[in-house]
Design a protein around this ligand. Sequence first.
Ligand SMILES: Cc1cc2nc3c(=O)[nH]c(=O)nc-3n(C[C@H](O)[C@H](O)[C@H](O)COP(=O)(O)OP(=O)(O)OC[C@H]3O[C@@H](n4cnc5c(N)ncnc54)[C@H](O)[C@@H]3O)c2cc1C
Ligand code: SF4
Ligand code: SF4
Length: 408
Amino acid sequence: MARTFDGYDAPRLTGAPRPGMCTDCGVSRLADGRACGRACQFIQPDYPSLERAVHGRETAPEQADEAFFGVTQAMHRARLVPAASGAQWTGLTTELAAELLRAGAVDAVLATAPDPADRWKPLPVIVTDPEDMARCRGMRMGYGPLLALLEPARAAGHRRIAVIGIPCQVYALRALEAELGFDEITVVGTPCSDNTTTENFHDFLALLDDHPETISYLEFRADYRVELRFDDGRKPRLIPFLSLPISDLPSDFFPMTCKTCVDYTNRLADITVGYMGGDGDQWLIVRNRRGQRLLERLGARVQLRPLTDKGKREAAVKGFVTNTRLAAGGLPLRRMPDWVRPIVSFLQPRTGPRGLEFARARVEMKAVETILHLRRAHPARIKNMVPAHVWRVAARYGLVPEPGEQRD
Ligand SMILES: Cc1cc2nc3c(=O)[nH]c(=O)nc-3n(C[C@H](O)[C@H](O)[C@H](O)COP(=O)(O)OP(=O)(O)OC[C@H]3O[C@@H](n4cnc5c(N)ncnc54)[C@H](O)[C@@H]3O)c2cc1C
Ligand code: SF4
Ligand code: SF4
C-alpha cells in the first residue's frame, strides 16, 4: 500500500534484512527471495563483469588513479552555485536528479529522505516532482532499504529511473539491473564509509554534545574536523578528528559490514559525488558517457576546477595499519595523551595529505581495514568477498593474499 508523506511516495515496506552480514539494501524485501545470493556485495562480488556492463570496460589499474577510484572518464573539484540550502555539501547530488526529472529524462528518482519521526533515520522514497528533491538533501546515518522501492516503482509504470545510492546499494542494483525490466537506470552514487545503525549514531551524538537533539548536521570534513550544526541558534562547532570520543564507543559501534566494505568510491555509479578528494569543495568522478551527459545538464550552475594533490599519505596510512592491527586483534588502542591532541590537531590540516592524496589515503585505509577485520572475524569469506581492487591498494602496506585467500 502506497503511503504518501508530505507529497512523497514512500511505500510501506514489508520484509526484513537478512541475518548476518547485511546492510538492508532492500533486495531481501523483493519478491524473489533468492535475489541476495546474486546481488550481495558481501557474498561474491564481481566488479570486473559489472564494470564492463555499466562502463564498457574494467578498471585500468595502471592508469593514474583508477587503481584507487575505479573507472574514471574525468574527475573534478566542483560546487553547485549557489549552494543548495540543507544540502550535505553544495547539493550537487540532489540537483543532478532534480534536473533529470525537470528534463523528463527519467520518470522517477529513488532516493533517501529523512524519516519524519527521526531526521537521522533514512526513509527510502520515490520522487517524481523535481521540487521534492530538495527535501532529500543532507545525510542520514543508518540503513534504508532503498532497493525495495524497485518493485513499487515498476508497478507504478516508471520505465526510466534514477537511483541515488551508497556503494552497497549500487552494487546490488547493478547486479540485478538486467533482470529488473526498466528501460534505463541512471545512478548517482556517493562514496560511503563508517556507516552504522541510526540507534548507534544517536549514542555518538550524545557523546559530542549536551543537547544532541539539536544537532541538525554532521560531516567528517577533508580538513580533519567534524562539523556540527545546530537548530537552536548556536554557532556551528568544529571538532578535530583527534578530539572525537572514538575510544569511548563500544567495539561493535561500526557493524562488521561497514568495517569490511569493499567499495568506498561507488565504482558502479555513472557519476560519483563526494567530497574527500575535493579539498573543501565537492569531488566528482564521471565514470561514463551517461555520467558526463548528466553533469552537462547543470550547465553553468556547476563550477568545475582542477583537483588539488598535496602532501604524502604513507606515514598516516602506516599509522592507521598499526592501529587497525591492534584493534582487529582485540588489543586496546594506545590513547594519545590529552595534551598532545590539540597540537597534532593543529598540525594535521597543515601537513597531512590534501585533495586527491587525502582520497587515496582514505581508500587505502578502507582496504586495509577490510582485510584485517575479515581475517580476524570471517576468514572463510575473504576468498570470495575481497575483490582484486582491494588487494591492489593494500599491497603497498604488505597486505597480500595468503594461500586460499584469493579466487583462482
Ligand atoms: C553514511 C554515509 C557516509 C559517507 N561517507 C563519505 C565519505 O567518507 N567520503 C565522501 O566523500 N562522501 C561520503 N558520503 C557522501 C557525502 O556525505 C555527501 O552525501 C556527498 O558528498 C553529496 O553531497 P551533496 O551536497 O551533493 O548531497 P545532497 O544534495 O545533500 O544529497 C545527499 C543524498 O544522499 C542520499 N543519502 C543521505 N543519507 C543516506 C543514507 N543513509 N543512505 C543512502 N543514501 C543517503 C540522499 O538520497 C540524498 O539525495 C557519505 C554519505 C553517507 C550517507
Ligand atoms: S543483497 Fe542487500 S538485503 Fe541482501 S544480504 Fe546483501 S545487503 Fe542484505
Ligand atoms: S560503509 Fe559500505 S557497507 Fe557500510 S553502508 Fe556504506 S557502502 Fe554500505
